[in-house]
Design a protein around this ligand. Structure first.
Ligand SMILES: Nc1ncnc2c1ncn2[C@@H]1O[C@H](COP(=O)(O)OP(=O)(O)OP(=O)(O)O)[C@@H](O)[C@H]1O
Ligand SMILES: [Mg+2]
Length: 510
């Protein structure tokens, strides 16, 4: 796709060829539409546990009770296995309560009491068990039917993003649907699996956090915080430029999200207006971790990204650090100030040639009215082609300490106590329905052409670990932006180890 000089068209992302992992094991049964939970060694299928309970309840002499309700309940829920019944590790109170009920039932039936008393006690346990089981199933099972679909709010490379509402809790979320056929066709399995792994470890108020992830035969589902304000591509398209106060506020929000992500030892690598979404008040949140990576000293071959925002060192296939994200931040601020990007071209090659030809700098004469010299200087320093000369290369404090942010109320921003200088429309849509339709049609054509790929059971193996439930995951790294640098580097190491361990464990299951 050509890049528009006015910076208003969506620049297309370029993925470096990613190798698709060869499945070692053939697929699990994927014919059901139910979500797939893969049990670990300490997990027991609920059916087994319930059968034990039923056996205990049923077999006691003189205490025959009606178990149809319980059986129906179990049959009704089609999930092949549920992560449950591991009392030692379980954080889930309903699982623990159910375990306690099982134990009580066993105790009653092993005591020699009058049949009538046993029957009453067993009946009461049965009722309680049904409630506990129901709660357990309700918590754990996610499928398309779990949500009401309101409308489409965005479109990504693999499918639509919906505003959805959880039927039981009435909680509103954004659901990113990703077609497995499209993912395979675009050779992006690593990217989507990587996104889920990274998001499972991240949580921060300035990110779009993941709440659940699950799949069915054709689609992966990522359930995220819902941002009703639209993305910054949509808004810069309508506004053409932002004023200095608005730009500084956006940059500050993006900086807070980046500072956290970098402390977790991750480079986002796809900072661009499409991946920055506004909440209903106007605060910016960072999304799309598809091509984010744990920082490695040798990463010259990681060249995915979006050409207009890609740092020169990435473009030129050199090793790169967190400063690559700050370069993209500079491009965004430049675009918001002047209504165009610093380097434009119709292809990656053209943009690269332009970057190599000269260092773009905002000249005094170009600074728009009502913008300060400090603002232009800040942007110029982020746009430095040599990463060592770029603001933020040594540490994030360099950005906070730049005169453009002198006396900036960082703490109030973090606490969401500021009134955002740009507020999204609360009554109208904040997205471009026409653009969504066009891209959706393109996606659908590709999906139809490539559906056959899903017939190969080995394909399903590639997506085996795509699942997540934030209610059961206490593992996330919380915000550490106030920590000292020594504890934050310890934190980064811990984070990298966790991610690597998780990636290793998951690749071992394939
Ligand atoms: N949580 C959200 N709330 C509201 N809108 C969202 C949310 N997440 C994404 N969007 C919208 O959907 C668009 C596509 O989402 P996203 O960037 O995650 O997909 P993508 O670009 O396909 O990602 P990938 O690089 O993994 O293909 C965004 O540009 C944004 O407009
Ligand atoms: Mg995106």
């Amino acid at each position: 796709m050509s890049l528009n000089v006015q910076g208003l068209r969506k620049p297309s992302q370029v993925n470096s060829p990613s190798s698709i992992k060869k499945p070692i094991m053939s697929s699990l049964l994927f014919n059901c539409k139910a979500p797939i939970n893969v049990p670990n060694s300490s997990q027991v299928s609920p059916q087994n546990s319930e059968q034990n309970l039923l056996k205990t309840l049923h077999s006691h002499k003189g205490s025959q009770v009606d178990v149809t309700n319980l059986t129906k309940l179990i049959k009704h829920n089609k999930s092949p296995t549920i992560e449950a019944f591991d009392t030692q590790n379980s954080q889930n109170s309903s699982q623990q309560q159910l375990q306690a009920l099982f134990a009580k039932a066993r105790e009653i039936t092993s005591n020699k009491q009058k049949p009538q008393i046993v029957k009453q006690q067993v009946q009461s346990i049965q009722t309680q068990s049904i409630n506990q089981l129901k709660e357990l199933f309700d918590n754990d099972i996610y499928c398309r039917n779990t949500f009401y679909f309101h409308f489409v709010v965005g479109i990504g490379g693999f499918g639509k993003v919906w505003k959805v509402e959880h039927k039981k809790t009435a909680q509103v979320y954004a659901m990113k649907e990703m077609s497995k056929a499209l993912i395979i066709t675009k050779k992006s399995v690593n990217s989507v699996m990587n996104e889920r792994v990274l998001l499972s470890q991240l949580k921060h108020p300035f990110l779009v956090n993941m709440n659940f992830a699950y799949q069915d035969r054709e689609t992966l589902y990522l359930i995220m915080d819902y941002m009703s304000g639209g993305d910054l591509r949509y808004h810069i398209g309508r506004m053409r430029r932002f004023n200095e106060e608005q730009t500084r506020f956006f940059v500050a929000c993006i900086f807070l999200s980046l500072e956290y992500v970098h402390e977790c030892n991750i480079i986002h690598r796809d900072i661009k207006p499409e991946n920055l979404v506004l909440d209903n008040k106007g605060y910016v949140h960072l999304t799309d971790f598809g091509i984010a990576r744990v920082m490695k000293t040798e990463n010259s071959s990681d060249t995915s990204g979006t050409p207009g925002y890609m740092a020169p060192e990435v473009m030129c296939r050199q090793n790169h650090t967190f400063a690559a994200d700050y370069y993209a931040l500079g491009v965004i601020a430049y675009e918001f100030m002047l209504g165009r990007r610093p380097y434009v071209g119709r292809s990656r090659q053209e943009i690269r040639d332009q970057i190599l030809a000269k260092q773009v700098q905002i000249k005094k004469s170009e600074i728009p009215n009502n913008w300060s010299i400090e603002g232009a200087d800040f942007i110029n320093r982020l746009l430095q082609r040599k990463p060592q000369q770029r603001l933020g290369f040594n540490e994030s404090q360099e950005i906070r300490q730049h005169p453009w942010f002198l006396n900036f109320p960082w703490q109030k921003l973090k606490n969401f106590e500021l009134v955002p200088p740009f507020q999204p429309n609360r009554t109208e849509d904040n997205f471009d329905q026409k653009q969504i339709l066009i891209e959706d049609e393109e996606n659908n054509e590709l999906i139809q052409q490539n559906l056959l790929v899903l017939k190969d059971p080995a394909t399903q193996d590639l997506f085996q670990s795509y699942e997540f439930n934030a209610n059961q995951n206490q593992n996330k790294i919380s915000s550490t932006t106030d920590q000292s640098s020594s504890s934050s580097s310890k934190h980064s190491r811990n984070f990298s180890q966790k991610i690597e361990k998780q990636q290793y464990l998951e690749s071992g299951t394939k």
